[in-house]
Design a protein around this ligand. Structure first.
Ligand code: ZN
Length: 330
């Protein structure tokens, strides 16, 4: 997590965090992390973790990508060095990292994509899901903490792709469910498409995924979006938005979005969000947060991020409470 130490994440009630396989593979390297006891030990995070497959970052960050049935060759965005990622290699890296949840290696279809392109991408994703699962099953016992945790191993989730074509998405979901993953993700959304289309894809695919396993929508969203999707039955979401926006001075509040850099907050002694009881809102003024941002102080990123995380976790806590109340009332 950028800018916020682990003990504060714990006190905010964060139950799971995400590690990026692509970044950790390049630096400091998955073998180094395995040697230090896995990602939980390395970063001192005793709660749950998820690693992505590396695919999304290879497609969004790396240079000179060349995709074949075998895998993806690419150059590091750090030093230009050449690397080759296959489903098997992605599993090996994620097993070395040792997060509780690993993700199948997929190809994220860009938006917009012609149908032929989406079909080809789907064909690759399906073949790679099978290879990911086979390799994961053959090697899941190698995770470094298995003995320590009484023989427990990691979980592997499959990822539904298919661009913005509902029939491709549905076919993909059905095939993945037959393969029996530990959980299911809907990927390739929030890639620039209109929000109505994101919603349509989720609404079409979600009923096909088993209710008794985690259902995860990747890469979303704004606070009102995550609330909407959670109420539809989505169990997990991930997004850089609360943390990245915080570092750019955008705060999510009960009164809407607040750009803390704005001049009108220069002498504002009120808390960032009057409805929020987070450590930042209880202690600091908008004027001070604006000053930290203007002065380029490192504390700015930390305080803004703590508030945004508190806000997002608060949204989810409220949704969980509402759903629980509806369940007990019915
Ligand atoms: Zn707050």
């Amino acid at each position: 997590m950028k800018a916020v130490p682990q003990d504060i994440l714990e006190s905010l009630g964060a139950e799971i965090i995400l590690g990026n396989t692509y970044h950790l593979y390049l630096r400091p390297g998955h073998e180094l992390i395995r040697g230090l006891g896995g990602l939980h030990k390395f970063i001192s995070w005793p709660r749950a973790m998820l690693t992505d497959s590396g695919g999304f970052q290879v497609f969004s960050l790396a240079a000179l990508r060349k995709v074949s049935d075998e895998g993806v060759r690419f150059r590091s965005h750090l030093d230009g060095s050449s690397h080759f990622f296959t489903p098997e290699h992605s599993m090996d890296v994620q097993i070395a990292l040792g997060a509780d949840i690993a993700m199948a290696f997929d190809e994220c279809t860009e938006y917009p994509a012609e149908r032929g392109r989406a079909e080809e991408s789907l064909r690759l994703t399906m073949a790679w899901a099978r290879r990911s699962l086979d390799h994961f099953k053959a090697h899941r016992d190698e995770v470094v903490w298995r003995e320590e945790l009484g023989g427990q191993t990691q979980n592997l989730f499959g990822i539904v792709q298919g661009g913005m074509y509902t029939d491709l998405r549905k076919a993909c979901a059905e095939r993945l469910v037959e393969m029996e993953f530990d959980g299911y993700a809907i990927g390739g959304l929030s890639v620039g498409e209109p929000r109505a289309l994101t919603l349509e894809m989720i609404a079409e695919v979600l009923p096909l995924l088993p209710k008794d396993k985690p259902r995860y929508v990747m890469g979303v969203g704004y606070p009102d979006e995550i609330e909407q999707y959670a109420r539809m039955g989505v169990d997990m979401m991930d997004c850089v938005l609360p943390t990245r926006a915080a570092r750019h001075g955008l705060l999510f509040t009960s009164e809407g979005r607040l750009n803390i850099k704005a001049r009108r907050y220069a002498e504002d002694q009120g808390p960032p969000d009057p409805e929020c009881s987070c450590a930042v809102c209880r202690r600091y003024s908008r004027a001070y947060l604006r000053h930290l941002m203007q002065a380029g102080e490192a504390l700015s990123a930390t305080l803004n991020t703590i508030h945004n995380l508190a806000y997002y976790l608060g949204v989810m806590a409220r949704v969980r409470q509402d759903l629980e109340a509806e369940r007990t009332a019915s």
